[in-house]
Ligand binder design. Structure first.
Ligand code: IPM
Ligand code: MG
Length: 352
């Protein structure tokens, strides 16, 4: 029986996950009975419940599942904790690393009816359709780190093995092959040794993918090009921290970070979560945009369960409600009628 581990987590995670689950069940219809959905505590919620951001039971449940649906973790209540115990590190990074979800896929597409939502000019955004592939289990997030007192200092190490670089670049090339056959590898090869190795391997691998046009861009230039002329990009592949920063930036090319879905894969097994955080400031108020999570659920059906048709139905329903004018606060322009998390989901359900 296909298993989905459901981890709402903290803040708005508690609100958006039940909504996304409703959408999955609606699209599954009679097939729902073939799936097992099981909830597990994670993040600050798990610290409160069992004293640990990633309880053993949660990790085990996720290991045994085919897919993990995650809301968000973290909040001011747990910010004072030492880094290894914090929800972000212990739970989120712990799950990514613990389950080797090394390939993070973040699609960025400008849905036509949202074009006026972004702060950028319409002619720059019209037709934006790209995917950022972010390395997720290496680099500075996971390298050796530490602190010393007197003199006060701290360090984080960025390191990458050939194997780690190779497998994510392969994901990049393979993704480019099924899209427009253009791959842009983003690095900082003018300064960083890890980036020089990255670029070397990209060039070596490109010989195996003669049908893909490989280009390289330095990360600072990539940030500038993404706002200057985003339509030049189709598939971007980059290391962990560069990908973190560039995908927040790129989310504005799709209207709002509330629209940015994310799939973290190891083969067909994956963890699906919105790219945004737990938004404690709006949590519990029915204000959060559920669409990034609903779109992440669509990615789950497509990548883990090979249910492309169902995934597309969800994506089409989301586009339809946006066309109909439904807006959560993050998407609203002056004069728009704003709906809440539940109402937005109900509209998606109706459109299905
Ligand atoms: C993301 C988030 C996380 C990251 C944080 C919450 C640790 O920003 O998924 O993009 O940096 O990877
Ligand atoms: Mg981020």
């Amino acid at each position: 029986m296909p298993k989905i581990a459901v981890l709402p987590g903290d803040g708005i995670g508690q609100e958006i996950i039940p909504q996304a689950v409703k959408v999955i069940k609606a699209v599954l219809g009679a097939k729902e009975a073939e799936f097992e959905f099981k909830d597990y505590p994670v993040g600050g919620a798990a610290i409160e419940a069992v004293g640990k951001a990633l309880p053993d039971e949660t990790l085990k449940g996720c290991q045994e599942a085919d897919a993990v649906l995650l809301g968000a973790v973290g909040g001011p209540k747990w910010d004072h904790l030492p880094s290894p115990e914090r929800p972000e590190t212990a739970a989120l990074l712990g799950l990514r690393k613990g389950l080797s979800f090394y390939a993070n896929i973040r699609p960025v597409r400008m849905i036509p009816s949202l074009i006026s939502t972004s702060t950028l000019k319409e002619e720059v955004l019209d037709g934006v359709d790209m995917v950022v592939i972010r390395e997720l289990t290496g680099g500075v997030y996971f390298g050796e780190k530490g602190r010393s007192d007197n003199p006060r200092a701290a360090y984080d190490t960025m390191s990458y093995s050939e194997e780690e670089i190779r497998r994510i670049l392969i994901k990049g090339f393979e993704t480019a092959q099924i899209r427009s056959k253009k791959l842009c590898s983003v690095d900082k090869a003018n300064v960083l040794e890890t980036s020089r190795l990255w670029r070397e391997i990209a060039i070596e691998l490109s010989k195996d993918y003669p049908d893909v046009e490989l280009t390289h861009l330095l990360v600072d230039n990539a940030a500038m090009q993404l706002v200057r002329n985003p339509k030049q990009f189709d598939v971007i592949v980059t290391e962990n921290m560069f990908g973190d920063i560039l995908t927040d930036l790129a989310s504005m090319l799709g209207g709002s970070i509330g629209m940015l879905s994310s799939a973290s894969l190891n083969g067909t097994k994956g963890m699906y979560e919105p790219a945004h955080g737990s938004a404690p400031d709006i949590a519990g108020k029915n204000l959060a945009n559920p669409l990034a999570t609903i779109l992440s659920a669509a990615l789950m059906l497509r990548y883990t369960f090979a249910m492309d048709e169902e995934a597309t139905r969800i994506e089409t329903a989301v586009e339809k409600v946006l066309e109909q004018g439904y807006r959560t606060g993050d998407l609203a322009r002056p004069g728009d009628k704003v709906v809440g998390t539940v109402e937005m989901t109900d509209a998606v359900l109706a459109a299905l």
